[in-house]
Design a protein around this ligand. Structure first.
Ligand code: AMP
Ligand code: ZN
Length: 120
């Protein structure tokens, strides 16, 4: 799981960020943006996506570390906006084939709004 698969030109999340395909853009800043998942697993299902296209955490370099911190800050703010901060929510990053990752652009799932089951 090294480097990137797919290019920013073909990537569905990069296309949404560029406005080439529709997406419900809930937040956008220099580091990351947030969309609502098109196939929600729970009443609240958001995707927090770094602006920079990379696929795996193995592609993480020191210069991106502040972006990762910012993604968690935005996740916290979005959970408050969605009203799931008190009830609880889950943050998930899928990495590679066995995790079920289908979009090869790193993203943080924010899932909440119902009682969630066990992991795995
Ligand atoms: P993952 O399995 O971690 O790669 O998750 C990818 C997520 O992206 C899935 O939950 C999909 O439902 C979601 N997704 C795929 N295409 C779109 C899209 N065009 N707009 C919003 N969410 C999408
Ligand atoms: Zn991308």
């Amino acid at each position: 799981m090294n480097g990137n698969t797919e290019t920013p030109e073909n990537c569905v999340f990069c296309k949404i960020r560029r406005g080439e395909i529709p997406g419900e853009m809930l937040h956008s800043d220099d580091d990351c943006f947030v969309i609502r998942d098109i196939n929600p697993a729970s009443p609240t299902h958001l995707l927090i996506i770094p602006t920079r296209h990379f696929t795996y955490l193995s592609g993480l370099t020191d210069d991106i570390l502040p972006v990762i911190g910012r993604m968690y800050m935005v996740a916290k703010q979005m959970a408050e906006r969605e009203g799931v901060s008190e009830s609880g929510y889950r943050l998930i990053v899928n990495q590679g084939e066995q995790s079920g990752q289908v979009v090869p652009h790193l993203h943080l799932h924010l899932i909440g709004g119902r009682q969630l089951g066990a992991l795995g």
